[in-house]
Design a protein around this ligand. Structure first.
Ligand code: NAD
Length: 479
């Protein structure tokens, strides 16, 4: 059987890595090779930066964007790509499913439509935005909002196309050119996107894709002087490496990092809804979600019943989730379950591998009895593993919720409005849901505190990150 090769997209052309090296892309549901992707090196990364930079220069570096596209043209381009994706939605969903192992229907009904929505949303933002002007007697100030130039977008494997388009939409809407570095574990949909940009007639070099290992090409995509900003989503430790390179070069950076998010359950919640939502928050996408609620804090008066119900839900989720992204990642998750046992935890559901012997499946797992300070509870596992902890009263719940180095998201389940607002104000996380999890609106800020990141994405927050505002002051009389 011939194995397909996917390519980098540089300056509007599909290309191999300069030294013609390849990486095998493995389907974690079956262990089969999906395709081969270029193992790019610094030369490829610099070629992509040069293409993006030239595209930006071709726009004149002023109010027009990269490739000379004005805001209306950028809107049209993003809409055209969204339309092209819509026509190929099954192919794109299948690619996402083969790369990541996530069930095809999840990709078809979730990841791909959400990615299309991202592009449409920011296409409209391109033409909707305005900038302020202020008049003061003898002068008027106005603001020019201009693109930055070539920007690098470095993205992870858990929602490959969704998280890429979440950055790509605003970067292009604001008139920048882009070098995208998708995860080496899930490269295919970025390559399809590269091809679609060519098919709809995007200017050469506007959207470039470079595949390969982060530690081999990531540094080049951060430090090259023509890269004006880096938007990164991924692990906290990788974020720190990128920050170390970018900080002395004074590059604009955005970091969306890991999480260890609490689901806080009070006795006055809607119990049936809450059990279902807490289970979804922990097990959706096999727990490989930065937002996932992996620390479940439960009011002691309902603790026993809640834990039993959660264990039942965990068993049901076994048939609904896909594998972990790789067997290596599964080894990491297994090591945390072993650690939990050493730390005194009791596994009341799951805890084992299952499914295709060549796959990377791991059961939805519920662990109780752990001290909140132990490593299992404090470190991000990024698998379908949750720990449950009883609390006594609001103050104790808040103390446990904030007892973490992370601060991405949290969910509070209660029918007490006063309590809900108090927690919304005092939990240390960038996002708080009351009586839900992962209910999203593209206009609102997305991002974390503490070790979960720096900066916010979404709507105007993203448009602001991918632009620079210049004030112009015009004096119009000398009286
Ligand atoms: P990762 O940090 O290993 O990799 C992310 C990307 O960075 C990949 O494209 C990788 O190739 C690249 N990379 C690796 N080393 C690099 C380096 N030295 N320089 C530049 N780039 C480099 O993360 P992952 O394992 O792909 O994703 C899982 C992590 O992502 C989890 O920690 C999860 O919480 C986090 N995540 C966060 C969010 C959020 O919005 N906060 C969303 C999704 C995932």
């Amino acid at each position: 059987m011939t194995i397909e090769h996917i390519h980098n997209w540089i300056n509007g052309e599909a290309c191999e890595a300069a030294d013609r090296s390849w990486i095998e892309n493995i389907n974690p549901a079956t262990g089969e090779v999906v395709n081969l992707l270029p193992r790019s090196n610094e030369e490829d990364a610099f070629d992509a930066v040069a293409a993006a930079h030239d595209c930006y220069l071709a726009g004149g570096q002023g109010n027009a964007g990269a490739g000379g596209l004005n805001a209306a043209q950028r809107c049209d381009l993003l809409m055209a790509v969204a339309d092209a994706m819509t026509e190929r939605v099954e192919e794109i969903a299948a690619a996402e499913s083969h790369d990541s192992g996530k069930p095809y229907l999840n990709a078809l009904k979730g990841d791909v439509p959400r990615s299309i929505d991202n592009l449409r949303f920011f296409a409209k933002a391109a033409v909707a935005q305005t900038t302020p002007a202020v008049s003061a007697g003898n002068s008027i100030n106005y603001v020019l909002r201009q693109p930055l130039g070539a920007v690098s977008l470095i993205t992870p494997w858990n929602f490959p196309l969704h998280l890429l388009t979440w950055k790509l939409g605003p970067a292009l809407a604001m008139g920048n050119s882009v070098i995208a570095k998708p995860s080496e574990l899930t490269p295919t949909t970025a390559s399809i996107l590269g091809q679609l940009f060519v098919e709809v007639g995007a200017p050469e070099g506007l959207f470039n894709v470079v595949h390969g290992y982060g530690h081999e090409i990531g540094d080049a995509l951060v430090r090259h002087p023509h890269v004006k900003a880096v938007s990164f989503t991924g692990g906290t430790e990788t974020g720190k490496i990128i920050a170390t390179t970018a900080a002395p070069l004074l590059k604009k950076t955005s970091f969306e990092l890991g999480g260890k998010n609490p689901s806080i359950v009070f006795a006055d919640c809607d119990l049936a809804q809450t059990i279902a939502t807490v289970a979804r928050a922990a097990f959706f996408n096999a727990g490989q979600v930065c937002l996932c609620g992996s620390r479940v804090l439960v009011a002691s008066e309902i603790y026993d019943d809640f834990v039993d119900a959660l264990a039942e839900q965990a068993i049901l989720y076994r048939d609904q989730i896909g594998p972990l992204v790789s067997r290596e990642h599964r080894e990491k998750v297994i090591s945390y379950v072993e650690l939990a046992k050493q730390e005194g935890g009791e596994i009341i559901a799951g805890g084992d591998t299952y499914g295709d012997e060549n796959g990377a499946f791991f059961e939805p797992t519920v662990i109780i009895g752990l001290d909140h300070g132990c490593r299992t509870v404090q470190e991000e596992i990024f698998g379908p593993v949750l720990t449950v902890h009883p609390f006594d009263g609001d103050e104790h719940a808040l103390e446990l919720a904030n007892d973490t180095d992370f601060g991405l998201a949290s969910s509070v389940f209660t029918s007490n409005l006063q309590r809900a607002h108090h927690f919304a104000e005092h939990i240390q996380s960038g996002m708080v849901w009351v009586n839900d999890w992962n209910l999203r609106d593209l206009r609102v800020p997305f991002g974390g505190m503490k070790q979960s990141g720096v900066g916010r994405e979404g709507g105007e927050y993203s448009m602001s990150f991918f632009s620079q505002d210049r004030n112009v002051c015009v004096r119009y009389n000398y009286d």
